[in-house]
Design a protein around this ligand. Structure first.
Ligand code: BGC
Length: 742
C-alpha cells in the first residue's frame, strides 16, 4: 500500500518562447491558437552514441524511480536524473529521497495557484496559458524537469475526491484549458506530465477498479483532452493511471498506450506511471510504459529495476526494446535542455509577479450564483460592522488531505482578504460558527483507497453557534464562509454525499434568520446540495481552493472592485441522484465499474433527460448585464474540411464594465445516432465596457461536429442541419443559428 500518510502531516521571469502562437485576427478580437513545440529529432545521433556507451544496468536505471521524485541518470556520461515535482496547485515542496516526509528545506516555498476547477471556471484560455508560464518558471527555479500536471480527468461524478483538481465535466472546455496550460509550462524548458491517462474518474477502488466504457464514449468524452494535449499541446509526458481499463491496468495497457497514444496520436514523449501503479515487468514495458515511479520500498525492487535486468538476461525482453524507452527519455531530456542545455530557462519562484498571476486567475474564477436585489457588490454606505462567520473564513487549503499540496508563504484567507480591503472604520466581527470535526474512528479513512471519504461530525457546537448568531445580529451585514476544504475533498477517497459537512446547513439557515442581509460564500472544489440555502439567501458566491491570493480576489469581488466573470465548469445538481452516474446506479461499482450513462456526462445528461439542475454548466452572473446581438454565421453551408465562423456582438447594457463568456453549443436533432441535446463547441471570454459593444468571433471547425463511429473507427460528420446555440450558460440560450453541412 502506498504509504503517503506522512503527506498529511506537513502539509522574471526568464521565459524562453519555444512554442509558436498563431494569431488570427477576426472582427477586431484577436484569437490565439496555442500550439506546442514538437520533440525534436535533431539530437538522435548524440542519443545513439550515448546509448552505445551505456551498460544494461545504466539503461535500466533510467526506467524507474531512484528516489521518490527522480528517475536515474548516468553521471559518467553527463546524463542527469530526471527531476519531477508534483503539481496541479503549484510546485510541491521537496520530498525526502526515499520516503514521503518533507525534505525540510527552506528554499522550497512556492506560489499556490488556483486548483483546476477554478482555472476552468475562468473560461479564459489566456489565463490557462499564464497559469502554465508562471508555474513553469517556478518549476525551473526549483531546478526540475517535469511537472506532474495538469490533471485533466473528466468530472464524471460530483462525489469524486479529485473534482477540485480536475477541470470539467465537458471535454471541450477541458481541452481548451489544458492545451494553453501545457504550452505555457513547456515554454520554460520543462515537461508537462498530463495525468491520469485515462478513465480515472473515481478514487474509490482506484487501485484496481476495472473501468468499462464503450468506445464511442471513450473517444467523445474521456479522451479528447488527452488527445489535444498530445496533438496540439505537444505534451512531453503522460502519466498512466492506477486503475484498469477493459481488464488491463493502464500502465500496461497496449490499447491505450501503444495503439491510441502512440500509433494514432503520434505521441513521442515518455509515459510515466502513477506512483506504484505498475504490476508487471516485460508486459508493462512492451505495452508502452517508459518510467516506473513509486512509493517507498527499495528502488531496485521496482518492476522495471532488477526484475527487468533479469528479464533481459533471460531473453524475455530484448535490449532493443530497452533502447527504445531509453531513447524516448533522452529525447525529452535534450528537448528541455536538461542535457547539453545552453540558455535553459532559470525561472523564478514565489515572486510578487507570480502572486499577481495567481490573483488574476483567482479573480476570474469566482462565480456569482445568485444576486437578488443587487445584494452584491456590498454597498458600504452606513455599514459600520460586518460579521464574518465560518471556519472557512480562516481555513487554509494550500496543504491538506491526501496528495500534493504547496508549501507557501502566502495564502490570503477570506477573512484576511476582507481585513485587507475593507476600510479600517468598519468593524469585523469574526465567529468560527462551525468546527471542522471528523469522527475519530474514521480519521484513518483518509487515504484508505477502498473506503469513501472522511465521516464528519455534523452537530454544531452550541457556544460556537451562539457566538455566530450574536455576531450576525450585531453587525450590519453578515458573510458566511462555508463549503469544504482540502481535508474533506481529497485524493484517495470520494465523498459519501453532497451534503454540507460540519452542521453548516443549520448554521447558515439560523444566521439568515437573524440577519437577512447575509451573503453566503461557498469555498469548495466540487458541487454540494445547496438548494435550500440558495432559495433563502439573496446572494450566493462560489469560490475555489483559489490560490495564494484567493482571499484578496474574493474580497475584491464582494466589494465590487472586480466584476465576477467565472462560469461553472460543471453542473450543480439539485440532488446527487439527478447526476448521470448516480441516476444510472453505476458508481462506484465494485471490482468493475460500467459507465452506463455513456456519452451523457454532465449537462449532456441533464439537458437530454430534461432534468433541471440547481445551476447549469456554464452559468455565472455578473454585476452588469449583457445583450447578445447580430448573431450570424459567415456562410449558410459548409464542407467537412471547413471552419464555421460565427460572429456576434456582445453589448454591455449595465453600468459596470465586465467580462462575459459567449458559449456556443451545437445540436443535431435528426441524427442517426444518439446525441446529447447540446454540446459545447466554442466559447470566448470578452471584456466589454459599460454601454459599449464588442464583436466576438467563434471559429468552429466542422470536424468538431463529428461523432465517433465505432464500426468504421472514424470521426463522422453527418451532413444536414445543425443548430448552433449561443448563450451565457448551457441553459440560457440567447440566439440560434442554423447551418448546413454538405
Ligand atoms: C497521484 C498523482 C501524483 C503522485 C505523486 C499519486 O497518488 O495519483 O497525481 O502525481 O501520487 O505524488
Amino acid at each position: 500500500m502506498k504509504n503517503k500518510i506522512l503527506q498529511l502531516s506537513a502539509f522574471m521571469a526568464f521565459v524562453v518562447f519555444t512554442s509558436c502562437k498563431n494569431y488570427a485576427q477576426n472582427s477586431g478580437v484577436a484569437q490565439k491558437a496555442y500550439v506546442g513545440k514538437e520533440i525534436g529529432t535533431g539530437f538522435d545521433a548524440k542519443i545513439d552514441k550515448l546509448i552505445s556507451q551505456m551498460t544494461l544496468e545504466e539503461k535500466i536505471g533510467m526506467l524507474h524511480g531512484n528516489s521518490m521524485f527522480t528517475s536515474g541518470g548516468v553521471k559518467r556520461l553527463g546524463i542527469p536524473e530526471l527531476k519531477m515535482a508534483d503539481g496541479p496547485l503549484g510546485v510541491r515542496e521537496e520530498i525526502s529521497r526515499d520516503n514521503w516526509s518533507p525534505a525540510g528545506l527552506t528554499n522550497d516555498f512556492a506560489t499556490y495557484y488556483p486548483a483546476g476547477g477554478g482555472l476552468a471556471a475562468t473560461w479564459n484560455v489566456e489565463m490557462a496559458h499564464k497559469f502554465g508560464t508562471s508555474l513553469g518558471e517556478e518549476l525551473r527555479a526549483r531546478d526540475k524537469d517535469m511537472l506532474l500536471s495538469p490533471a485533466i480527468n473528466i468530472v464524471r461524478t460530483p462525489l469524486g475526491g479529485r473534482t477540485y483538481e480536475y477541470m470539467s465535466e465537458d471535454p471541450f472546455l477541458n481541452k481548451k484549458i489544458a492545451v494553453p496550460l501545457i504550452v505555457g509550462l513547456q515554454e520554460n524548458d520543462v515537461m508537462a506530465c498530463v495525468k491520469h491517462y485515462a478513465a480515472n474518474n473515481q478514487e474509490t477502488n482506484r487501485d484496481f477498479v476495472d473501468v468499462q466504457i464503450d468506445e464511442r464514449t471513450l473517444r467523445e468524452i474521456y479522451l479528447p483532452a488527452f488527445e489535444a494535449s498530445v496533438k496540439e499541446g505537444k505534451a512531453y509526458s503522460i502519466m498512466g493511471a492506477y486503475n484498469k481499463f477493459r481488464g488491463e491496468y493502464l500502465c500496461e495497457n497496449d490499447y491505450m498506450l501503444n495503439k491510441i497514444l502512440r500509433d494514432e496520436w503520434g505521441f513521442k514523449g515518455v509515459v510515466v506511471s502513477d506512483w506504484a501503479a505498475v504490476h508487471s515487468t516485460g508486459k508493462a514495458l512492451k505495452n508502452g510504459l517508459d518510467i516506473e515511479m513509486g512509493t517507498p520500498k527499495p528502488f531496485n525492487e521496482f518492476f522495471l529495476a532488477d526484475k527487468l535486468i533479469a528479464a533481459v538476461k533471460s531473453g524475455e525482453v530484448s535490449e532493443t526494446e530497452i533502447n527504445l524507452h531509453v531513447k524516448r527519455i533522452l529525447r525529452t531530456l535534450f528537448q528541455v535542455k536538461a542535457i547539453d542545455g545552453k540558455n535553459r530557462a532559470k525561472g523564478s519562484i514565489a515572486t510578487e509577479a507570480h502572486y499577481q498571476d495567481a490573483y488574476k486567475i483567482a479573480a476570474e474564477a469566482i462565480v456569482l450564483l445568485k444576486n437578488e436585489n443587487n445584494a452584491l457588490p456590498l454597498k458600504l454606505d452606513g455599514v459600520k460592522s460586518v460579521a464574518v462567520i465560518g471556519n472557512n473564513a480562516t481555513k487554509k487549503n494550500a496543504l491538506g488531505g491526501f496528495g500534493a499540496g504547496v508549501k507557501t508563504k502566502r495564502e490570503v484567507t477570506p477573512l484576511e482578504g476582507l481585513q485587507n480591503r475593507l476600510p479600517s472604520s468598519i468593524k469585523i466581527n469574526y465567529a468560527e460558527g462551525y468546527l471542522e470535526r471528523y469522527e475519530e474512528k474514521n480519521k484513518g479513512n483518509l487515504g484508505n483507497l477502498t473506503s469513501t471519504g472522511p465521516v464528519t461530525i455534523d452537530q454544531l457546537d452550541p457556544s460556537k453557534l451562539q457566538e455566530a448568531l450574536e455576531a450576525a445580529k450585531n453587525s450590519d451585514v453578515a458573510i458566511i464562509f462555508a463549503g469544504s476544504n482540502r481535508d474533506y475533498e481529497t485524493e484517495a477517497s470520494d465523498r459519501r454525499d453532497l451534503k454540507l459537512p460540519f452542521g453548516q446547513e443549520e448554521l447558515i439557515q439560523k444566521v439568515l434568520a437573524v440577519n437577512p442581509r447575509t451573503i453566503v460564500v461557498m469555498v469548495a472544489g466540487a458541487p454540494f446540495e445547496v438548494e435550500e440555502i440558495s432559495k433563502k439567501t439573496s446572494a450566493l458566491v462560489w469560490t475555489w481552493f483559489n490560490g495564494s491570493e484567493g482571499g484578496n480576489a474574493l474580497a475584491d469581488v464582494l466589494l465590487g472592485k472586480v466584476n465576477p466573470s467565472g462560469k461553472l465548469p460543471w453542473t450543480m445538481p439539485k440532488k446527487l441522484m439527478d447526476s448521470p452516474a448516480h441516476a444510472t446506479n453505476s458508481f462506484p461499482g465494485d471490482k468493475a465499474v460500467n459507465y452506463a450513462e455513456g456519452i451523457l456526462v454532465g449537462y449532456r445528461w441533464f439537458d437530454t433527460k430534461k432534468i433541471e439542475p440547481l445551476y447549469p454548466f456554464g452559468y455565472g452572473l455578473s454585476y452588469t448585464s449583457f445583450a447578445f446581438e447580430n448573431a450570424k454565421a459567415n456562410k449558410a453551408a459548409y464542407a467537412s474540411g471547413e471552419t464555421i465562423s460565427v460572429s456576434i456582438n456582445v453589448k454591455n447594457t449595465g453600468k459596470t464594465d465586465g467580462k462575459e463568456v459567449v458559449q456556443l453549443y451545437a445540436s443535431k436533432s435528426d441524427s442517426k445516432v444518439t446525441r446529447a441535446a447540446k454540446e459545447l463547441k466554442g466559447f470566448k471570454k470578452v471584456f466589454v465596457k459599460s454601454g459599449s459593444s464588442q464583436p466576438v468571433t467563434i471559429q468552429v471547425p466542422v470536424k468538431e461536429l463529428a461523432y465517433y463511429d465505432v464500426a468504421s473507427k472514424k470521426w463522422i460528420v453527418e451532413p444536414g442541419k445543425y443548430t448552433l446555440s449561443l448563450g451565457n450558460s448551457s441553459r440560457d440560450i440567447k440566439k440560434e443559428i442554423i447551418v448546413n453541412i454538405k
